[in-house]
Design a protein around this ligand. Structure first.
Ligand code: IZC
Ligand code: ZN
Length: 410
């Protein structure tokens, strides 16, 4: 006898399991089955498909005509950090931009100070609130970066906190070393980069990926190549914050270095976007950041997908350039500003996001771990449409209900 059956599902969203990410036109393909059930035994999916009345279970959840999808995957966050930067909003209002704030010793460097002075417990308790909200919004796999230490002790502290989050919450995580996230005030950037390269050995047991912020006033393409080559030699797969603000050629570098993902890409070149199709690199787009920084030009998702590339979406949750835990909000911005179709958006927050961080998530095939969400929405187009609110009704992790939307006490 199976443990649990979710019945009365109006539509079941079933992204396709593939070897690599979905690319180009494949991104617009999404199986949707009406009048469906999901059958779970222990922590595994036994069946997800048309209601055939063939299955029995000890317990039932009545989805009441709502829709069900795999739990979402969040492939880019800076969730472990100290402090917050709400004071930067008034600077931004006065026209001081993101890179100028950083150049003046604020921005990332402000968060570095707060993160250095925080205890591991402080960092854990703070990040636990964000992770809780992410789960409540339907996310059960999260990538988490270091990069607010810029020294051995604090980078290790951040990565250890990230590991602790994964041990406590019923989510799968990937942990990324982002030592070269900014150059500390008064330091020579080349010398500092060498110090971060030397740290790669120390973080190897904790980190799955090595990442770098390639941007004007941070690290150049040449420096980033040096870092990525060193990281790959030590067995890391690499990621890159590329072409977020200035068009430096970070996307081309990502492809050259066989990066698992190239993230941001707002200012990516036409040549780089074209090369994506023939690469193993997933473009992780972060349109919440463009929105939050008040820019009008968004990443050219259409150009990337129409030329055959693979795209994923993430919040980029961080205390400076995108302060949200709500990936559904990003789905809405992707629909409105990136001109992505609903099918492309669902694939971008499930299977392609999973590929961008190398987790086996985003599908509900027989034998998969039962990580799924019942959404209070009439169809899959509705979630990007009704924006800024939480549509997750029930979140199931490894076959267990871990969140049910609270009602009002009237
Ligand atoms: O704290 O500002 N872009 N790194 C690169 C960030 C944003 C995080 C931050
Ligand atoms: Zn980032």
């Amino acid at each position: 006898m199976n443990d649990l059956m979710i019945k009365n599902i109006k539509s079941l969203i079933l992204p396709k399991k593939t070897e690599g990410p979905l690319k180009g036109k494949e991104m617009d393909e999404l199986e949707i089955i009406d009048d469906a059930v999901v059958v779970i035994n222990g922590k595994k999916i036994v069946y997800a498909g048309k209601d055939t009345s063939d299955f029995q279970a000890k317990e039932f959840i009545d989805a009441q005509g709502m829709i069900v999808s795999p739990a979402l995957v969040e492939p880019h966050t800076h969730v472990v950090h100290g402090g917050s930067r709400e004071h930067e909003m008034s600077l931004k209002r006065q026209g001081v931009d993101y890179l100028t704030i950083l150049e003046q010793g604020g921005g990332i460097l402000n968060t570095v100070e707060r993160t250095r002075e925080a205890t591991a417990d402080d960092l854990f308790n703070k990040a636990a609130k964000n992770i809780t909200r992410m789960i409540q919004h339907g996310v059960l796999a999260v990538e988490s970066k270091s990069g607010y230490g810029l020294d051995k002790e604090t980078e290790l502290k951040q990565l250890e906190v990230s590991k602790r989050l994964e041990a406590v919450f019923p989510i799968e995580m990937r942990h990324t070393f982002l030592g070269p996230h900014a150059v500390p005030k008064g330091r020579d950037s080349e010398e500092f980069l060498d110090e971060m390269i030397a740290l790669l050995d120390d973080v190897k047991v904790l980190a799955d990926f090595a990442d770098i912020f390639t941007e004007t006033g941070v690290f150049s393409v040449e420096q980033s190549r040096k870092y990525m080559e060193a990281a790959r030699e030590k067995g890391f797969r690499v990621k890159i914050h590329a072409d977020e603000i200035d068009p430096l050629g970070g996307l081309e570098l990502a492809i050259e270095q066989d990066a698992i993902s190239a993230d941001h890409l707002v200012a990516a070149s036409e040549a780089g976007k074209k090369q994506l199709a023939d690469s193993n690199t997933v473009a992780v787009l972060l349109p919440g950041t463009t929105f939050y920084l008040g820019k009008n030009e968004f990443a050219d998702a259409r150009g990337m997908i129409d030329q055959g590339g693979a795209v994923a979406l993430a919040t980029d949750y961080n205390p400076g350039s995108c302060v949200t835990d709500n990936l559904q909000m990003i789905m809405a911005i992707a629909a409105l500003k990136l001109k992505m179709t609903p099918n492309e958006i669902w694939n971008a927050v499930t299977v392609n996001a999973a590929q961008a961080i190398d987790v086996d998530r985003g599908t509900l095939d027989e034998g998969d771990d039962a990580n799924l969400v019942i959404w209070d929405a009439p169809n899959h187009e509705y979630i990007p449409y009704h924006y800024g609110v939480n549509h997750a009704h029930t979140v199931i992790a490894n076959g267990q209900v871990i969140f049910e939307r609270p009602g009002l006490k009237l």
